[in-house]
Design a protein around this ligand. Structure first.
Ligand SMILES: [Zn+2]
Length: 417
């Protein structure tokens, strides 16, 4: 079947000065890079790097750093000093393909500086400061942040919708944005089950661009989802002390006592689509909800509670039953394995991994069987968990929140007709 073309898909760059003004006081860890003046002074202290003869190399698969440096003319006597100075270098975590630059005063001369690119935005400089003294310092390359709005229509799932509409972003960043959005709504919406074709999303977020052109998703500042005709808007609110959280437009927290799904959307989005409802069961009598997922996908408790049962039980296979407050009980079946330490009597906290998706018991493929019971009766999680909506904002925060809400929703803008 041909996939419908997303309608009303717009991608806008917003130079929202108001948004920038709001963000001034919030922490920006990616701007921890040295001040440009400090970079200049470091380079001045060690000589102008550009005037050195430089050779670039990458760590080969299975190669040690020592072997690479040796290939690049670092003597065995210098080697131990280089490695000693390179305190930021964890040899066990260095991936093959790491770029390494070796600089000398002239071609063929003994190396004077070695630069390890630990990450796209992290360089480790190891420099020879005398004849045989080596020192190191780590440089964080600055990221540039701008603010974008992406919106679209959901035809298959949120992951697919972002992939189709956020074409301004590289593919990996589109997925990250979908997952971040799902995380913000994960106490309100089960993104893997409750979306309908025609639902809509709109999101205001920060895009961070690194010095090498790489892109990642910063903070989501505001979002709107229209699900089955019901609109939910949320904004990020700085509560002071560096704490920030998401609240809906009425000032209620987007967090609540229960998660809406026992699997994180980011773990299953690649195998799930609205139109795909594979037949999993030969276990016809059972009630509950089946989540398709790869075997081994972590299963989390949807709320705080105490493990009632962790063992094998008939068609459920490996089953965990958790008792929560207010007469709620949840069950997680067909598990391949339990997380370590999970047994009857164990206290668990919301979101904690309790087991892993499998196909034990009566199951024809890997999936999670999930049940929610209230006072011993099966309930639809979508309705039973509505009551556990988030706590309202403190009254003292209200005026500041209202001001921020107005600005962020204006920056988010309206859907295009
Ligand atoms: Zn089931």
């Amino acid at each position: 079947m041909k996939k419908p073309t997303p309608r009303a898909v717009t991608t806008l760059v917003i130079f929202a000065l108001a948004v920038w003004a709001l963000n001034v006081d919030l922490p920006k860890p990616w701007l921890d890079a040295p001040h440009p003046l400090e970079i200049d002074s470091l380079q001045a202290a060690s000589g102008d790097s550009d005037s050195l003869a430089a050779t670039s190399d990458t760590l080969h698969s299975g190669e040690t750093i020592g072997a690479l440096l040796s290939r690049r003319g670092v003597s065995s006597s210098a080697m131990s000093k280089v490695m000693g100075a390179a305190s930021g270098l964890d040899a066990r975590r260095i991936p093959a393909g790491m770029p390494v630059t070796v600089r000398s005063d002239s071609t063929g001369a003994a190396p004077r500086e070695i630069v390890f690119q630990l990450a796209p935005d992290r360089l480790l400089h190891v420099r020879r400061t005398g004849d045989s003294t080596w020192t190191s310092n780590e440089e964080r390359l600055p990221w540039v942040t701008d603010t974008l709005v992406v919106s679209g229509r959901i035809d298959e799932n949120l992951y697919q919708a972002l992939d189709d509409s956020a074409t301004i972003l590289p593919k990996g960043a589109r997925a990250e944005l979908a997952w971040t959005l799902a995380d913000i709504f994960e106490y309100r919406v089960d993104m893997s089950r409750e979306l309908q074709p025609g639902d809509q999303f709109r999101v205001l977020f920060e895009r961070m661009i690194g010095s090498a052109g790489q892109t990642k998703i910063g903070r989501v500042l505001a979002a709107r989802m229209v699900l089955s005709g019901t609109t939910t808007e949320t904004v990020r609110f700085d509560q002071g002390d560096g704490r920030a959280a998401y609240f809906d437009a009425t000032g209620r927290s987007m967090q609540a006592a229960f998660l809406r799904a026992p699997l994180a959307f980011r773990r299953i989005s690649s195998v799930f689509g609205l139109r795909k409802h594979p037949i999993l069961g030969i276990w016809r009598q059972h009630q509950g909800t089946d989540y398709v997922a790869n075997a081994g996908t972590p299963v989390r408790t949807i709320g705080d509670g105490v493990v009632n049962f962790a063992g094998t039980k008939g068609g459920y296979g490996n089953l965990i039953e958790i008792r929560h407050r207010s007469g709620l009980v949840t069950r997680y079946g067909h598990l391949r394995a339990f997380a370590s330490g999970i047994r009857a009597g164990r206290v668990v906290t919301i979101g904690q991994t309790i087991g892993y998706v499998g196909m034990t018991g009566l199951a024809t493929g890997p999936h999670l069987h999930f049940e929610l019971l209230v006072d011993g009766t099966q309930k639809d999680p979508a309705t039973a968990l509505k009551k556990s909506a988030g706590a309202p904002l403190a009254a003292a925060d209200r005026p500041r929140f209202d001001a921020q809400l107005t600005i962020l929703l204006a920056s988010l803008g309206k859907a295009q007709a």
